[in-house]
Every structure is written in C-alpha cells, then in structure tokens.
Design a protein around this ligand. Structure first.
Ligand code: SF4
Length: 394
C-alpha cells in the first residue's frame, strides 16, 4: 500500500455563503491512523445525515440496515418511491436549501429497472449504477436534472441484484474481440453515471462491492469519474480492474463551479496513490468552460500535471475531454443559489440548443466554437502533456 500523501476532506458547515464554502481536503494531511476515513469526524461532518427517506423494502434490506446503523441519529421517513419525494424533488423552495439537503439527507431505494446501455465513448457500457444523486454540488451537474433540485444521494440497496446483472452481462460478452478507444482488452463498464462512487463510499459498501466484483472478471473493467479523494478506496485491492477517472479543470473554474469537491491539485496529487493501490488512473478534462482566458488557464493546469505526476502515472494515463453541456432549467435554478457560476456557464452567444443522446434538450457550444476549442485544447495537451493520450473529445 502506498503512503497516503493526500488530505482528508475538510468539511465545515456548508450552509450559506459560497465564498466560505469548504472544499474537501483543503488542508488536512491524513485520515485517522488505522481507521476508515468514512468513520472519521471529518467525513461525518462532510456528510452529516439527519434524515433518511427510505422505501420500506430498501430500509429492510441488508444494505439498507447497514446504512441505517451507520447513521443512528437520523430520522427515518418512509416513502413510496425514491423518485417521488415532494420535499426534495421538484420543490422550488428547496433551491435555497440546496447545500443543507445534500449534506443532511439521504434516500434509500430499490433499483427496479436494470439496463445496460451501450456507450462507446467513455465506456463500452453504461451499467446500472449503485446510486443516483450526489452530496457534492458542481454547478453544471446534470445529475439533478431528472429528479429536480438538490437531489441528494439515493443509494440503491439491492446491490446484489445489480452485481448479478453485471456478472451475467460480462459473461455473455466473452472476450473483447478487438481493441477500441475505451480499452485495448477489457469491456469497460461505467458504474458511476449518476453520482460519484468515491462519495458513495462514505455511506456504504456499494462501491467496494463493485470494485471487488470486477477484480474477479478478467474480461471487464469498472470505470467511474470522481471529484472526491476518498482514501478508503485505497484499501479495496482492485487489481487493475477498476479505472478511476479524476476530473480536473483549472483551479479558478473549479473554485467557482465544483462546490464541496476535493481541490483539483489534491485530485492530481492522489493519482499516484491510487495507481499504487491497484487502480488504473485516467483523467477527465471536464467540463471545459469557455470564458476569457480559458486557454491560459488550461495550459497552466496541464503544465502542473506534467510537473507533479510521476512517470508511472503518465505511462498509463489517458484522458477524455468533455466540453460543457448546460441546460435552461438548470440555469434558472442556479441563478437562485449560485448566480456567479452562471456568469461563465450561461453564454448564449456561443451556445446552441441540442438534443442529447438521452433525449434531453440541452445547451452546448456552437459547432464552430466547439470545434475550434477542442482543436486548441488538443494542441495544449500535445504541447504541455504529450504523454497524455486523449481517448476521445466530445
Ligand atoms: S461530483 Fe459529479 S455527480 Fe457529484 S455534483 Fe459533481 S458532477 Fe454531479
């Protein structure tokens, strides 16, 4: 096991005042010796669960009982469906309480429909995830769009069914017949499309169960993007079958847009520890937000990566480049709780409406603007981080 050279998350009361908003891992050197980070006082402040909305079957399941035992002081509220909780989802009043809800509320549900969607960009398949929603608060996040408003973490407690579904799918694929940009040998399954698996690991063992399952499947690999450095993941022994994609963006953008996340330099600093612990470590250059000075800011970030990342990380690193996707409803909502973020995200002069793969009507950079920006960013990567192979740019 590598030394844990990165800090633990450092939460305080993230209720009001975005300038005072804590960043996970701001100045804390290590997790408590010998103990799980998620049991530390700091982790419990980051996720101080006071209310758990649970479907009865989810609360009664082994995973549900494990979670309820972890938060014994939380009030249990029975709900018919994790999709319809009026005080959380679609409740305009909750915009003002965005941070408090994400920090203090948890939802437990049973994932009923298990589908495996072909992807071909970030991964070969988008797997049914172990959660939906997130305790972090990236301003551009698409995850709240379907449920509406704060969308705190919903943990799916039937992880055994999810794993069984995955196992059958992996077995049915057999060996990957030929390399593609997702991976030269393994079928890649994105297991964190609608949340952040590193944050979920503060709540329960769903992420650990996934990592352990994939290490037994030699033809497949799990993959998830994260903005949170959770040292507990270092103990899961993934044996190369899980790809962690640390999302990075220029520090100024991240401070404005990635609320409650680990600082970008901490994510980069953690890469070697994760590699040494058995993960494959890639980077998501995302989202790329076009604003005055964006090229210089990305050049600085890439130079920093080149300076601090050790050769062993560089040798295996790959990158995805993802331009910002925005959305009119999210814009309206963000204006109510974080209008400064919208100064850079909402740029109708260079954006156009587009129907996304999932059917949603979103706002993306105009084709000509995007083409030029992607070309510029690829040039910056070639100049400053020539070792970083771009798997795809979107
Ligand atoms: S970490 Fe990912 S899922 Fe969580 S708020 Fe940020 S973008 Fe959304």
């Amino acid at each position: 096991m590598s030394p844990r050279s990165f800090p633990s998350p450092h939460p305080q009361e993230p209720l009001f005042g975005l300038d005072a908003m804590p960043r996970a891992g701001a100045d804390e050197p290590t997790p408590p010796p010998g103990g799980a980070f998620r049991d530390s006082a700091r982790a419990r402040r980051l996720l101080a669960i006071r209310e758990i909305h649970a479907e009865p079957a989810a609360a009664a399941s082994p995973r549900g009982r494990q979670i309820l035992a972890r938060f014994p002081g939380a009030r249990l509220i029975e709900v018919d469906s994790h999709w319809r909780i009026p005080e959380l989802h679609g409740n305009e009043g909750s915009a003002d309480d965005w941070m408090r809800i994400k920090r203090r509320t948890l939802v437990l549900g049973v994932k009923k429909t298990l589908t495996m969607r072909p992807n071909g960009r970030s991964a070969d398949w988008i797997a049914p995830g172990p959660s939906n929603g997130c305790a972090l608060s990236c301003v551009y996040c698409y995850v709240p769009r379907r449920k509406g408003f704060a969308n705190p973490i919903t943990v799916f407690t039937n992880i055994d069914r999810i794993l069984a579904h995955l196992g059958r799918h992996v077995a049915a694929q057999g060996r990957k017949p030929e390399p593609n940009q997702c991976d030269p040998e393994a079928w890649v399954y994105d297991v964190g499309e609608n949340g952040d698996c590193a944050v979920d690991a503060l709540v329960c063992d769903n992420t650990a169960d996934l990592v352990r399952a994939f290490r037994e499947w030699p033809t497949a690999k799990a993959s998830f993007a994260t903005k949170f450095v959770n040292p507990d993941l270092l103990d899961l022994d993934p044996r190369g079958r899980t790809r962690v994609r640390f999302s990075v963006m220029p520090a100024d953008d991240s401070r404005l847009l990635d609320l409650r996340t680990s600082p970008v330099d901490r994510r980069i600093a953690a890469a070697a520890d994760f590699l040494d612990a058995g993960y494959e470590v890639h980077f998501n250059l995302s989202p790329v937000v076009i604003r005055p000075g964006w090229r210089d800011a990305w050049a600085e970030l890439l130079r920093h990566m080149d300076d601090v990342l050790p050769a062993r990380v560089k040798r295996q690193a790959r990158a995805e480049i993802i331009m910002l996707t925005h959305n009119a409803d999210l814009h309206e909502l963000n204006l109510r709780w974080h209008p400064r973020g919208e100064d850079v995200l909402w740029q109708p002069a260079v954006q156009q409406t587009k129907r996304s793969q999932n059917g949603a009507l979103n706002l993306r950079y105009r084709d000509d603007v995007k083409r030029r920006a992607l070309g510029d960013l690829r040039e910056l990567v070639a100049r400053h981080t020539p070792w970083l192979i771009v798997r795809y740019a979107f």
